[in-house]
Design a protein around this ligand. Structure first.
Ligand code: NDP
Length: 274
């Protein structure tokens, strides 16, 4: 009997995950025969769930909240970008070993490049200092960004993040109330503020010279952060994190199947389904 290649996404909650839809679209587009399912795991059973999945022949899985850190701790081998991010969003099972990677930063950079072309020499204002920000920094430097300024509601976390990446490139932390002096090319909101329909608290002056304002949160319509940004700089390009979500998924798909899906034709369909 030929067994269909099995993949999935671990999370809790997981019911709203777009990953099963996205990966089935990728599989159709690239003529791959796979199954991909959402796997809800109790918070204390992640390691057992991964072991069962591998024992049952599972070949790879995405990992979402709240398990990215646990995935980092349990893998047998980590890629350099997963080590830098301190978190794993992609597991691959090979010869009984579980390999951990992190494709979030690559997904973000793919989408920024889609919006702007090259990122080389850019200055980025990164708002937020949680897991998404940590996954972004190494990839931004690898994509040619020359300076990153981090700001966050809890300033100490921004300082810690800047400190931990200080050997990767030019990076420093600035309090939210001192962002009026900044003139970044790209502003990225990596906080959860838009989920709560709140603004992350940067000065409008920081938008004056920016080319792109990016919100990692995504929804069908413009997020409140992007609407606010556009109302203060009409020339600004804006984009939300749907492209990042698709591109990180495509990078995982490539790791597992060795073929890269074409994202542009599927973006509109996926947004309409939100
Ligand atoms: P974390 O919980 O690790 O970090 C949350 C961050 O948001 C912290 O910096 C926190 O600040 C800040 N924050 C939360 N609420 C507010 C608020 N009301 N005002 C200002 N700052 C706030 O979450 P993640 O880093 O994992 O995720 C952050 C966002 O990125 C989410 O919206 C998530 O959906 C999105 N994301 C999108 C992805 C994509 O593919 N598009 C991938 C990964 C994440 P403090 O430190 O002060 O608490």
């Amino acid at each position: 009997m030929v067994r269909i290649a099995s993949y999935g996404v671990f999370g809790n909650p997981i019911v709203h995950s777009l990953s099963p839809v996205i990966h089935s679209v990728f599989a159709r587009q690239t003529h791959q025969s796979i199954i991909y399912r959402a796997i809800k795991v109790p918070e204390t059973s992640f390691a057992a769930a991964v072991k069962n999945f591998a024992n049952e022949g599972g070949l790879g899985a995405n990992v979402t909240l709240p398990f990215k850190q646990q995935a980092f701790d349990l893998t047998d081998q980590l890629t350099e970008r997963a080590k830098l991010a301190g978190a794993v969003n992609t597991l691959s099972v090979r010869n009984g070993m579980v390999l951990g990677d992190n494709t979030d930063g690559a997904g973000l950079c793919w989408d920024l490049q889609r919006c702007l072309g090259s990122l080389t020499g850019s200055c980025v204002l990164l708002i937020g200092a949680g897991g998404a920000a940590r996954g972004a920094v190494g990839a931004l430097f690898a994509a040619g960004v020359s300076q990153i300024i981090i700001t966050n509601r809890t300033f100490a976390k921004a300082q810690q993040l800047a400190q931990s990446f200080s050997r990767q490139g030019s990076i420093h932390a600035v309090p939210l109330n001192q962002t009026s002096e900044l003139a970044p090319d790209i502003v990225i909101n990596s906080t959860s503020s838009s989920l709560f329909k709140e603004l992350p608290g940067i000065s409008t002056h920081a938008l004056a010279k920016a080319l792109l304002c990016y919100d990692m949160f995504y929804q069908k319509d413009l997020t409140c952060f992007l609407g606010w940004a556009q109302s203060h700089n009409a020339d600004l390009k804006v984009a939300d994190g749907l492209g990042m979500l698709l591109a990180q998924a495509a990078e995982s798909f490539f790791i597992w199947r060795g073929v890269k899906p074409d994202l542009l034709p599927v973006m509109t369909d996926i947004r309409e389904g939100l």
